[in-house]
Write a protein that binds this ligand. Structure first.
Ligand code: MSP
Length: 512
């Protein structure tokens, strides 16, 4: 099986914030899970560098656009590195190969009559870079509440409207195409109104910073037409004979992970562009929700409500932050973000549940078994039920990941660890060790087994901490695959187990 996952290309009009970090971390986690399952994977992220917003940001700083974008892009790359993002490719829309693909596509569609010129009058939102019709305005503003200005000019249009019926039929026939269901219904609702053709050009006198239209050099192309094509150009679309072209094998398995703010551009602009270009539809467009402030407002740069991802990493560490972002929001819904919420999740599930189990188990193994794994037997009445949970967890995790429910996948691991903690309470090896060493050994060996399986299954979310844990248990690198997680009882009797420092030291909450 192949798995190709993309994040949106982030605008470089400002530095990365927690919202960008969220999409990128979740895509990274999904990608690493698919790798763990043995799938052939490709993970793409990058930056959207053209358009009015970026031009304005460069002007504000008094910098040449290219210099400006080079600077900001480096900040994105640095942060992804720190957050342990393992993308296969980082595309920039200013990459020359990408620009050429965009121009070739424009020319091809123009030659085929899919693009035409027309005078146009409409309401333009600078901050969204979208034209609206009179009807679409709400109280004189864009539907999302931004200022608009009246603009008349000749422009080029893509015949998007002719694909309306085909798109509706495709969405209706493929229930998993746009997810979650609420977003699918939103798109189908949008498609109940007649679809307009899409304005895909901007005159250079209004916008210099873009990809020139090959058949009319007075124009650059609309930033969305340019940016959306990245998903295909990055894997070699329209680049025959290059090494990149081989990556096109991933195309049919592409999953676009986006925020719900860019649902329409992906579900309607992009899909109809793909129809015109004769490319298969993506497997899935998944629109996740927003991180909100404690006042329930979307965290965004323009509103100045921003948490810097690196501020949080100083509080809970990189793996703690990756865990929180994957776990705390039901993928698709909105959720509040605050430092206290992050701390309380990390304390309860990582410090208490996982952390305590690992320090307790390894300490007791040192106390009573000389730091060597005890023999794994199944004589205690409680052992069989924990064994069943441990054996069932890997497939449950996989099922949830394949359904794009990473928070629920983690939920299964948490349940297994909670049961293991309860099992340790009930079997109380610290009491039985003096009188019945075999009893104590069984309890500790089974607790250790649950930790080994959790350690393997949590690698995609917390690669660094799980490396520490699996190394402390002397689990060889080649014994950390999904199949190893499924195989029960892989720690041998007598295997060296290191005593563990708390993996996730408890963090002081700022509120009483
Ligand atoms: N450049 C376009 C996308 C082009 S894709 C071909 C763009 N860029 S953006 O910088 O504004 O990034 C938007 C994305 O950032 C959202 O879709 C989402 O993935 C992420 N988020 C930004 N703020 C967010 C929250 N407050 N919460 C969750 N995700 C958010 O749009």
């Amino acid at each position: 099986m192949r798995f190709y996952v993309t994040t949106p290309l982030y605008y470089v009009n400002d530095t990365p914030h927690i919202g960008h970090a969220y999409t990128t971390v979740v895509a990274d986690v999904l990608n690493r899970y698919h790798k763990l399952f043995g799938h052939e994977t490709f993970f793409l992220t990058g930056t959207d560098e053209h358009g009015q917003k970026v031009q304005a940001a460069a002007q504000k700083k008094g910098l040449d656009e290219q210099l400006y974008v080079d600077e900001v892009v480096q900040q994105f790359k640095d942060i992804w590195k720190i957050l342990n993002i393992e993308a296969d490719f980082f595309i920039r829309t200013t990459d020359s190969f990408h620009k050429k693909v965009v121009q070739d596509c424009l020319q091809k569609l123009y030659d085929r009559g899919e693009i035409y010129a027309q005078d146009y009058e409409g309401w333009y939102s600078v901050s969204e870079e979208i034209f609206y019709t009179e009807k679409e305005l709400v109280n004189g503003k864009s539907p999302t509440g931004n200022d608009v200005q009246r603009v008349t000019e000749k422009n080029y249009f893509f015949k998007m409207s002719q694909y309306q019926q085909r798109l509706i039929e495709y969405i209706e026939a493929h229930p998993d195409f746009i997810q979650p269901a609420i977003r699918r219904n939103e798109v189908l609702g949008f498609l109940k109104q007649p679809l307009n053709d899409l304005c895909i050009s901007r005159p250079k006198n209004r916008l210099r910073w873009g990809i020139e239209i090959p058949f009319d050099t007075n124009y650059v192309t609309y930033v969305w037409f340019d940016a959306l094509l990245n998903y295909a150009s990055a894997v070699g679309f329209e680049q025959p004979g290059t090494t990149r072209e081989k990556l096109m094998k991933f195309w049919p398995d592409v999953h676009h992970i986006i925020g719900k703010d860019i649902l329409i551009t992906h579900s309607i602009y992009w899909t109809t562009m793909l129809m015109a270009l004769n490319l298969p539809m993506p497997k899935t467009i998944f629109a996740h929700g927003w991180w909100l402030t404690e006042q329930n407002e979307k965290m965004s740069k323009s509103k100045g409500l921003v948490v810097k991802p690196l501020d949080m990493k100083d509080v809970v560490g990189i793996d703690g932050l990756r865990y929180f972002l994957t776990r705390d929001i039901h993928f698709g819904n909105d959720a509040q973000f605050s430092q206290d919420l992050v701390i309380s999740r990390v304390n309860s599930e990582l410090s208490n549940n996982l952390g305590n189990l690992s320090s307790r188990t390894t300490n007791l193994i040192h106390k009573y078994f000389n730091g060597e794994a005890p023999k794994l037997t199944l004589n205690l009445p409680e052992s069989l039920s924990l064994k069943k949970t441990i054996e069932g967890t890997p497939e449950k995790v996989k099922e949830k990941i394949l359904k794009l429910e990473p928070n629920l996948a983690l939920g299964h691991i948490v349940e297994m660890l909670t049961e293991a903690n309860r099992y340790l309470e009930v079997t109380a090896p610290w009491k039985s060790a003096a009188s019945d060493l075999a009893h104590a050994g069984e309890a500790l060996a089974l607790a250790l087994e649950s930790l080994r399986v959790a350690g393997i299954l949590l690698q995609p979310v917390m690669p660094t901490k799980m490396e520490t844990l699996l190394t402390a248990f002397d689990v060889a690198q080649e014994k950390r695959s999904f199949n190893d997680a499924k195989s029960f009882g892989e720690i041998s009797h007598g295997q060296k187990i290191q005593k563990m420092e708390p993996l996730f030291p408890r963090i002081q909450e700022s509120k009483p």
